[in-house]
Design a protein. Structure first.
Length: 393
């Protein structure tokens, strides 16, 4: 029966990174994945250009029941280490906004780079292969593969990702295995996902579909200043994807349509300087036309600004700077970029990602209860946690 030093389940971002580092230590390493190709999520990420890291990555950009857990791995393999790797492979990149780094050409460059790194160290990759049985052996672990072959390994790394985009091979197997080996799994839910609304709210949104505008979206103490996009299904765009990670059923998301602007003072100054303008005209100077018309209709405002009392101006200002919306739900795992929650970090060593109760068992990447913001943070967690386990092995 073939024996490996390390078997890695999942040839995604974290699994490939882990394989290259584990095999560099000299042991026999095998990566298995049921998909037809490795790194499929990398390939489709960032609109095909892969937002592979963020210049500003720090532990504060991640959600976890233990906000300190990610610090060790992130500090020992940083965004600069990954940028260095990308540079060594001659992959051209650019910063888009907010520190987000993208490939100039194609996300496939990143997949190719990881496969080259793996091949250099001699790690093996078997695609279209699943593990049908996984259990403890006398020493290490025993696996039965979908090919019928049985193998054993000293170390088993679970890098099977989260539940998002089942169409692309996401299975939730990692959570099942965690439970099988006695690990707790925190609540999992779709994150970085568009939010949906009831028919009454949607009736107002439908005419706005396709419109993008900068906002500050706030919920449960978190705020993001980014673009919002009205869609036929509800709200999307980076501001909404970001805040969706903080939203729970029943919570209200508050939108500031004039982020960084004091709405009341702005309206008051316009009243003093251009009081004869209609409120509708003033709103369309502050907001995209369709949104201005919708806001005016929502508020039932007409007449000139000069006719507005301070109390009325405050009402209009509040509608612009604190528009409360209660989503009915989210688009779910079908479109979510990531899964929030996962393998409880209380059972893992933050330096090595090894189980504290089952020696030789490791969890890396999205399967762990560490979830990044939108903007390259999730890939950086995959690289950092994969590196932590790979070098520890
Ligand atoms: P990942 O999901 O990459 O890999 C898991 C692997 O395990 C897959 O290859 C899968 O086939 C395999 N697998 C699962 N179950 C299995 C089973 N039962 N048997 C065998 N194999 C199994 N992040 C970011 O930082 N920047 C970005 O630009 C984007 N863009 C983006 C776009 C879209 C559309 C999505 C859905 C997601 C993103 N992300 C992102 C998030 C990012 O893709 C994600 O966080 C990482 O891919 C997670 O890496 P992992 O290796 O943990 O899982």
């Amino acid at each position: 029966m073939p024996r490996y030093q390390t078997v890695i389940l999942g040839a995604g971002a974290a699994g490939l990174m882990c394989a290259a580092h584990a095999a560099a230590g000299g042991g026999r390493v095998l990566v298995i994945d049921h998909a037809r190709a490795a790194g499929e999520k990398i390939r489709i990420s960032g609109g095909g250009r892969c937002n592979f890291t963020n210049l500003h990555t720090g532990p504060e950009n991640f959600l976890s029941q233990n906000p300190h857990f990610a610090k060790s791995a992130l500090s020992r393999y940083t965004q600069w280490d990954f940028i260095d790797l990308v540079a060594r492979h001659g992959i051209a990149w650019h910063e888009k906004t907010l520190g987000q780094l993208f490939c100039d050409n194609t996300a496939k460059d990143i997949v190719r780079m990881l496969l080259e790194e793996m091949a250099k160290t001699g790690a093996e990759l078997r695609l279209q292969t699943a593990a049908t049985e996984i259990g403890k052996a006398e020493t290490g672990f025993a696996l039965r593969l979908s090919t019928g072959q049985r193998i054993t390994t000293d170390n088993l790394v679970i890098a099977t990702g989260g539940k998002s985009i089942p169409k692309m091979g996401a299975t939730g197997l990692g959570y099942q295995l965690a439970r099988q080996f006695g690990h707790a799994v925190t609540e999992t839910r779709p994150a970085l996902v568009p939010l949906t609304f009831g028919d009454d709210v949607m009736a107002g949104f439908k005419p706005l579909a396709g419109l993008a505008t900068p906002v500050r979206a706030s919920c449960n103490g978190a705020s993001f200043d980014e673009a919002l996009l009205f869609t036929h299904r509800g709200l999307s765009g980076p501001a909404i994807l970001q805040i969706s990670s903080y939203w729970r059923e029943g919570d209200t998301v508050t939108l500031d349509l004039l982020p960084g602007v004091d709405a009341f003072e702005t309206l008051r100054a316009r009243r003093a300087g251009a009081g004869r303008k209609s409120i509708g005209t003033v709103l369309s100077e502050l907001l995209p036309n369709r949104l201005a018309a919708d806001t005016a209709a929502r508020l039932g405002v007409h007449g000139n600004l000069a006719d507005c009392s301070d109390t009325r101006l405050h009402e209009i200002a509040r509608a612009l700077s604190a528009w409360p919306l209660t989503p009915a739900g989210s688009e779910g795992y079908r479109t979510a970029e990531v899964t929030l929650g996962g393998v409880d970090t209380a059972g893992l060593n933050s330096r090595t990602m090894e189980s504290t109760s089952v020696p030789g068992l490791y969890f890396v990447g999205e399967v762990v209860d560490v979830t990044g913001w939108l903007g390259g943070y999730n890939f950086q967690w995959a690289w950092s946690s994969g590196h932590a386990a790979g070098t520890a092995i």
